[in-house]
Design a protein around this ligand. Structure first.
Ligand code: G1P
Ligand code: ZN
Length: 543
């Protein structure tokens, strides 16, 4: 077995987005494309010789091939050992858990999260540091810089390793440790939550429905919800992982998780429904005929945290991404704990958690998590909810309504305009930016603009500054409209419009969010000139 050094040419487009590098599978299949990026990671992180890495992915199409390539490159680059999930599988939170538990130098996660998979779908790769969290902006920029100047990469001439059986294998001078992808994660979950109480809840006639969307969480849910907690097999749907997610879009929201939504809004609906995404880090929570917005879910978890064994002593603080509703801010205020507002993307939470400043974090994009790992965590959120329900013994809807009665309701919705020409989408943002001065002080019906800006964040731990993180239009009554371009898409541009209004009156809490937000949506369309500039009369997805 010899190490080969292959001459290559840099690709100009390997800039990591909100969560690593995501491209079409066909882009990754071009000669040297994956190898260039992996070598750029290795060159940038400069791990000491014989370091250990974690490697795994969400099992989507191209996962198996990419895993073998990365193993051979790790061996050629002087790594001592790689912990790889059986069959190359690790959910994103499980990968974070394994990096932390075995104190490895870092890990490489193969996933395009909730983007569709298959030969014509998406693929992705990202690097996570020794804290188990996504590489910081600084590291991501170093990887991108390296990818633009790379001229060669190293790879071991070796046969593929069989990854279907846990055990230790040699690859050149490196050890490949094939691990059970579920065991460490399941053990961590059992240490956080009251499994006995959840088991009793499920044994007592409380019915759930969990939708793994043919993605990575299937085996995790089967082990944890099924085997350890006793949920019947009939309560778990789409738990067989498929390379193309069964042709679906593995994003747990009201549009794409329609099978679950039909069950939860149908006759004889179960008491609790949940779904997770392609790589297992997102979650959607439903009660019987009731949708819990991700922003509300974060606030509810924070308000009920002391009911959970792992958080019974209280929370150090909470954090949310800027477009996430301010519902959790109200809880933090009452608990008298700090609440941080970060840019979009989980990588911004890592420093706050490492510094012990926050315990719970969340994003409006169906992401919630805590300092048990450094990624958002779909099944963790499901277990958190089940633990609350086991203690409170009330329906999901009653718990949410009680919460609104106490804190008021942050009515929330996000409109996504997908697949726009990049120039048109950027034109909307530029237009808004040019009008900050005229907009300030303007009245639109009951809404008066208090201020507008481009959100900028200074990390309180390392002082790094992230600019241009979304246009904010803030109104005097606390309502907000945010405009932001997605950093995870692989085709054209996606413009996201986030709408939020605050309503304290219980008498209006039964209203549909779209009804409450109707005027604000019109204001958003008016000030952005979105329809004229993009030609779109309707958003692609409303969440
Ligand atoms: C989206 C979400 C963001 C999340 C990211 C990764 O990024 O909006 O909250 O962290 O996916 O799951 P975006 O496409 O908006 O850049
Ligand atoms: Zn994901």
């Amino acid at each position: 077995m010899s190490i080969r050094t292959i001459t290559t040419q840099a690709f100009p487009d390997q800039k990591p987005g909100t969560s690593g590098l995501r491209k079409k599978v066909t882009a990754f299949q071009r000669a040297h494309y994956l190898e260039n990026f992996v070598q750029s990671i290795f060159d940038s992180i400069a791990a000491p010789k014989n370091s250990t890495l974690v490697l795994g992915g969400d099992g989507r199409y191209y996962n198996r091939q990419a895993i073998q390539t990365i193993l051979k490159m790790a061996a050629a680059n002087g790594y001592g050992s790689v912990l790889v999930g059986r069959d190359g599988i690790l959910s994103t939170p499980a990968a974070s858990c394994v990096i932390r538990k075995y104190k490895t130098f870092g890990g490489i996660i193969l996933s395009a999260s909730h983007n569709p998979g298959g030969p014509d779908g998406d693929f992705g790769i990202k690097y996570n540091s020794s804290n188990g969290g996504p590489a910081t902006e600084t590291v991501s920029e170093a990887i991108f810089a390296r990818s633009k100047s790379i001229t060669s990469y190293h790879i071991l001439d070796a046969a593929d390793v069989a990854l279907d059986t846990p055990g230790e294998y040699r690859m050149g001078g490196m050890t490949v440790q094939v691990i059970d992808p579920v065991a460490d994660y399941a053990e961590l979950m059992e240490s956080l939550f009251d499994f006995a109480a959840i088991r009793n809840l499920l044994a007592g006639g409380f019915r759930i429905s969990f939708d793994a969307m043919h993605a990575v969480n299937g085996p995790y849910a089967t082990e944890i919800l099924g085997r350890r907690l006793g949920a019947p097999a009939s309560s778990m749907i789409n738990c067989l992982p498929l390379e193309d997610f069964g042709g679906g879009h593995p994003d747990p929201n009201l549009t794409y998780a329609h099978e679950l939504v039909e069950i939860m809004y149908g006759d004889d609906a179960p008491d609790f429904g949940a779904a997770s995404d392609g790589d297992g880090d997102r979650n959607m929570i439903l009660g019987r005929k009731f949708f819990v917005t991700p922003s509300d879910s974060l606030a509810l978890l924070a308000a009920n945290a002391t009911l959970i064994p792992a958080y019974k002593k209280g929370l150090a603080g909470v954090a949310r991404s800027m477009p996430t509703s301010a519902a959790v801010d109200r809880v933090a205020k009452e608990l008298n704990i700090p609440c941080y507002e970060t840019p979009t993307g989980w990588k911004f939470f890592g420093n706050l958690m490492d510094a012990g400043r926050v315990t719970l974090c969340g994003e409006e994009s169906f992401g919630t998590g805590s300092d048990h790992v450094r990624e958002k965590d779909g099944l963790w959120a499901v277990l958190f909810w089940l633990n609350i329900l086991a203690v409170r013994k009330q329906p999901v809807e009653a718990i949410a309504r009680e919460h609104w009665a106490r804190f008021g309701r942050n009515v929330y919705s996000r409109y996504d305009y997908e697949g726009l020409p990049t120039a048109a989408a950027q034109g909307v943002i530029n237009h808004l930016q040019q009008n900050f001065a005229t907009l300030t002080g303007s009245c639109f019906g009951k809404y008066t603009v208090q201020m507008c800006d481009d959100f900028s964040y200074t990390d309180p731990v390392d002082g790094s500054v992230s600019k241009n993180q979304g246009v904010r239009i803030l109104f005097t009554d606390g309502s907000r409209i945010i405009f932001r371009l997605s950093g995870t898409g692989t085709e054209g541009a996606t413009l996201r419009v986030y709408l939020e209004a605050y309503d304290a009156a219980v008498s209006r809490h039964h209203l549909d969010a779209q009804v409450v937000l109707a005027d604000l949506i019109q204001v958003a369309l008016l000030i952005s000139e979105l329809t004229g500039r993009t030609g779109r009369l309707q958003p692609t997805v409303i969440t």
